[in-house]
Design a protein around this ligand. Structure first.
Ligand code: CU
Ligand code: CU
Length: 275
């Protein structure tokens, strides 16, 4: 069973294996299918229509399954690989080793936000952006350009303390753990990190930046921690509700995956530290 580790604990060999699997998957065009699917759902997920990936209770189980499918594809290329996670509350500067040239590469340059270092720099020739929301072919990042800051551990704790998973109207206006974590109101953990990185990460084409997987892996871990801290709380809604996936409803685009089917992540992988 795969063990997902904090990226700062990976050996250089583990980092190399993860990067090589990403590059190989990108060459096969399989990678871009995940980008395309994410764009489709960002566009389709609206506050008052059918919504599965975002602005909805199934934000967490939908991305959990999206990551599992992606991780399995990488494991077909290298069975030793698992998705690492990035604790952005701890490793919160542009100088963090995460952004070294030997791993994800660094911030974009001033002129056009183009990433110039590491394996995903356009100039390295292995990471052309081919499925996106604009025509620029290079990976972009603009750390902190939106003026925001990465969430702190205090922010994380305040969201984990929320006892109710989600509540009506089950969209970006909801109170509760899911929406404060997703970030449409209040504390905002998830959206804020996308915006802090900028470039493709600030758009629906965010999986073009490999840090997408590390960011969502950490959110997934936070969900597991919330479950452990609130054993009496469950996924909501339990009963059939218009436009959203209740506990036993399938999540599009899949025809057999319900939130209930993925509530226990230990059926699929574990984390290196509690929860
Ligand atoms: Cu998403
Ligand atoms: Cu996201």
């Amino acid at each position: 069973m795969a063990v997902r580790k904090n990226q700062e604990a990976l050996t250089s060999g583990e980092k190399r294996s993860f990067v090589n699997a990403l590059l190989e998957f990108k060459r096969s065009s399989g990678y871009d299918e995940f980008v395309r699917m994410h764009i489709e759902f960002i566009i389709a997920d609206t506050d008052f229509g059918d919504r599965f990936g975002h602005r909805a209770p199934s934000f967490l189980p939908w991305h959990r399954w999206f990551l599992i499918l992606f991780e399995r594809r990488l494991q077909e290329l290298d069975s030793s690989v698992a998705l690492p996670y990035w604790d952005w509350a701890a490793d919160r500067t542009a100088a963090a080793p995460l952004w070294n040239a030997g791993f994800l590469g660094g911030n974009g340059r001033d002129r056009d936000a183009q990433v110039m270092t590491g394996p995903f720099a356009y100039s390295a020739g292995q990471w052309p952006i081919t499925v996106s929301t604009d025509s620029r072919p290079y990976l972009q990042r603009e750390f902190g350009a939106g003026g925001g800051r990465l969430p702190t551990h205090t922010d994380v704790r305040s969201v984990l303390a929320m006892p109710t998973y989600d509540m009506p109207p089950w969209n970006s206006a909801s109170e509760g753990f899911r929406n404060h974590l997703e970030g449409w109101r209040g504390v905002n953990l998830h959206n804020r990190v996308h915006m802090w990185i900028g470039g493709q990460m600030a758009t629906g084409a965010s999986p073009n930046d490999p840090v997408f997987w590390l960011h969502h892996s950490y959110l997934d871990k936070l969900w597991a921690e919330w479950q452990r801290e609130h054993p009496a709380s469950s996924y909501l809604p339990v009963d059939s509700t218009p436009n959203v996936a209740a506990l036993h409803d399938v999540m599009r685009p899949w025809d057999d995956i319900t939130p209930a089917a993925v509530l226990d992540h230990t059926r699929f992988y574990t984390y290196d530290r509690p929860a």
